[in-house]
Design a protein around this ligand. Structure first.
Ligand code: APR
Length: 167
């Protein structure tokens, strides 16, 4: 049975099979959680990402975690919030779905997600949280082999939001 839980803190410290990176389409690093993950993983991560040739919004790519406690990093590119009528909701849902699929295809048992698009990309937090929870529940209902799905919040209010919305 898959457990879905909320954890507040720095995702780079989690020792899980995979942490998800809220990247940009170049996959060449950035600020926010992308910057934190690259700093903690070390330069080999960037060298590895250079080989991937980027990633379209909504899709996901997997790399080793290098110096991170996490064995893998699943890089996904969330949508930039542009008001809500540019397919943002579907693209954000695809980020979660494609990241889960990659984890399952690689036989991983645990995955941790940051709040994709909820920082620099400006996605409204409650709408994003609802999408994240819906996708994790859908994967669990579909019999995902993943044992643990963690929603990581960097701030207390994001943690409270997740806890309020998780049934
Ligand atoms: N651990 C967990 N969560 C974090 C961490 C961290 N170390 N650092 C930031 N966050 C949280 C933010 O508080 C936010 O809730 O991750 C969420 C996503 O915010 P961003 O990192 O800004 O990502 P996003 O909004 O998807 O924007 C992506 O930012 O860093 C660049 O290269 C990245 O261009 C891309 C864009």
């Amino acid at each position: 049975m898959t457990t879905i839980r909320v954890w507040q803190g720095d995702i780079t410290q989690l020792e899980v099979d995979a942490i998800v990176n809220a990247a940009n389409s170049s996959l060449l690093g950035g600020g926010g959680v992308d910057g934190a993950i690259h700093r903690a993983a070390g330069p080999e991560l960037l060298a590895c990402c250079r080989q991937l040739g980027g990633c379209p919004t909504g899709e996901a790519r997997i790399t080793p975690g290098f110096r991170l406690p996490a064995r893998h990093v699943i890089h996904t590119v969330g949508p930039v919030w542009r008001g809500g009528d540019h397919g943002e909701a579907d693209l954000l849902a695809s980020c979660y779905r494609n990241s889960l699929r990659l984890a399952e295809e690689n036989g991983l048992l645990g995955i941790a997600f940051p709040a994709i698009s909820c920082g620099i990309y400006g996605y409204p937090h409650e709408a994003a949280a609802r999408i994240a929870i819906a996708e994790l529940h859908a994967a669990r209902s579909a019999g995902s082999p993943l044992r643990e799905m963690i929603l990581v919040s960097f701030s207390a209010d994001m943690a409270e939001l997740y806890q309020r919305l998780l049934p």
